[in-house]
Design a protein around this ligand. Structure first.
Ligand SMILES: Cc1cc2nc3c(=O)[nH]c(=O)nc-3n(C[C@H](O)[C@H](O)[C@H](O)COP(=O)(O)OP(=O)(O)OC[C@H]3O[C@@H](n4cnc5c(N)ncnc54)[C@H](O)[C@@H]3O)c2cc1C
Length: 475
């Protein structure tokens, strides 16, 4: 169908100011951070569940694809409008509807950004703990649907641990609005549809409201930033910290070269004396200095050369102890683009990967990655949430060079094999999207469970019989 007709029809249904077919805007909403470009026919900005329902009814009736978007920061290609279709942007549905401390929940619309939500919660001494590095823009709806995690994952897990109930618009002929889950912390409602939706990447239903669990902000967090000349020593330190009857608030790693580039990209004055480990532990204020000394001793005993510490989160922020880790993505993009700056007409694509292995196998994973760097010849940037075994190796390649694209594909395949061989997984938080469909098959195949793909395909058909929601993703 022609896009002017779609715009006219949708404007009539939900209002002119909520629909756009402006060329420049369509281009923006067709892109993702990896460099993929899709085909948005129209962008729609609903402000209510009823608006969403009307758009779905229209799309169902006219066989038009719908692509939900929060801030479109997915690193798996999940929010890309792959085939021509409507981009349904939730950016105007961003209200925090209720905060209930006694019931331990917050009730929100899907377009609220995670940092904005946490800003409101912090004034009451609470937080929503899932914190993807993109939290300044990432929306709750996007995080629910990608099953996001973040720096606090080792302590607080991922989105699947924090969603209580969801209002959903189903892709049926009426655009039915249903509510699944509960407001209560305990809830049994037959099959767990809420957990099925978490991580479903906008392929099963549209999330229009959510009850999320919240938790008190820690009294304070002590922080240590350490540099290790030897990688094995750093990993030994991680294993040691993880067996000390504490659950670190954050436990993050950057390989030395990556840390150097990240530090340079933000003009940090911190000396990179080796591989970087960032540890945070939530404690009572009175216990702060005792924990700092204890942590310092462990790190030095395991071979850290340089250790900087802070007795509170605020002090760590002031001294910029988190900044190098936070700039991992910028550094990943920068090194790839710089590498190709003299190549005429290069189209630089990034592969920012998301494997996880049991933390006890991290040393093997990092050694394996170094082997892959040698084998395929790509400069590999490496960092991750070592507290939960989640690594983000990344490479850049010139997508216009067929030989290089093929090598990148081979690197990716070897990486997936490495994760599977170490009892790990191919995606721990970014999702399957477009990028990891084959990898998911390989993981399930290796576990003798490829039958699950058939079950997932059937679940998709039950929810979305006309295949209008985010087609071509996940299964
Ligand atoms: C710099 C950078 C750092 C990142 N760091 C992390 C990290 O630390 N941890 C992590 O897990 N991820 C990370 N990501 C990936 C991404 O930011 C997160 O997954 C984030 O939660 C996605 O939010 P979003 O609003 O951008 O979602 P989008 O990308 O817009 O959408 C993600 C998926 O959800 C679907 N969707 C969105 N809203 C709805 C809705 N209301 N109903 C149904 N489906 C919907 C989309 O169709 C898509 O499949 C990072 C990305 C970048 C660019």
């Amino acid at each position: 169908m022609e896009r002017t007709k779609i715009a006219r029809d949708l404007s009539r249904l939900i209002g002119k100011n909520k629909v756009s077919v402006d060329e420049a805007l369509l281009r923006i909403y067709s892109k993702d951070p990896l460099g993929n470009v899709g085909k948005a026919l129209a962008v729609v900005f609903p402000i209510s569940s009823n608006d969403v329902s009307k758009v779905v009814q229209y799309a169902y009736e006219n066989d038009i694809k719908i692509y939900a978007q929060g801030s479109s920061t997915s690193l798996a290609g999940s929010s890309l409008p792959l085939e021509a279709g409507i981009v349904l942007s939730f950016e105007r549905m961003k209200r925090v509807l209720e905060i209930s401390l006694v019931n331990s929940y917050v009730f929100v619309e899907p377009g609220v950004r995670i940092d904005d939500l946490n800003f409101e919660l912090a004034s009451k001494g609470y937080m929503f703990p899932v914190d993807p590095a993109s939290s300044s823009v990432a929306t709750v709806g996007g995080a629910i649907n990608s099953g996001a995690g973040g720096m606090r994952g080792a302590k607080y897990g991922t989105m699947r641990d924090w969603v209580l109930g969801l209002e959903l618009v189903l892709p049926d002929e009426r655009g039915s609005i249903v509510f699944s889950g509960c407001k209560t912390l305990k809830c049994r409602q037959g099959y767990d549809i809420v957990r099925l939706i978490v991580g479903s990447e906008g392929t099963l239903a549209l999330v229009t409201k959510a009850y999320l669990k919240i938790t008190p902000l820690p009294e304070t967090v002590i922080v240590a930033l350490a540099f290790f000349p030897k990688l094995e020593d750093l990993m030994e330190a991680v294993v040691n910290i993880k067996t000390q009857r504490i659950q670190p608030y954050i436990l993050e790693f950057l390989e030395k070269k990556t840390a150097e580039i990240a530090a340079k990209s933000i003009n940090s004055n911190i000396n990179i004396e080796g591989h970087m480990l960032l540890v945070g532990i939530d404690v009572n204020r009175e216990a702060g200095s005792r924990y700092v000394e204890w942590m310092k001793k462990i790190l030095i005993r395991h071979g850290a050369r340089e250790v900087q510490t802070a007795e509170s989160w605020e002090e760590a922020e002031e001294r910029g102890l988190f900044n190098i880790r936070r700039s991992l993505f910028v550094a990943q993009s920068k090194i790839a683009r710089e590498h190709y700056k003299n190549v005429k007409d290069a189209k630089v694509m990034l592969l920012i990967e998301d494997i996880a292995v049991p933390p006890s196998r991290l040393v093997e994973a990092v050694e394996g990655l170094k082997e892959l760097e040698k084998k395929h010849g790509f400069i590999t940037m490496l960092g991750g949430h070592v507290g939960d075994g989640n690594l983000h190796p990344s490479i850049g390649f010139n997508a216009l060079d067929p030989k290089e694209s093929k090598r990148a594909e081979e690197w990716f395949k070897d990486l997936i094999d490495l994760a599977i061989s170490l009892d790990g997984t191919v995606s721990s938080e970014h999702g399957i999207g477009l990028a990891k469909k084959d990898a998911l098959r390989r993981e399930l195949d290796a576990r003798g469970s490829v039958k699950l793909l058939e079950i997932m395909g059937n679940i998709k058909k039950v929810f979305d019989p006309k295949n209008i929601l985010n087609p071509g993703k996940v299964v």
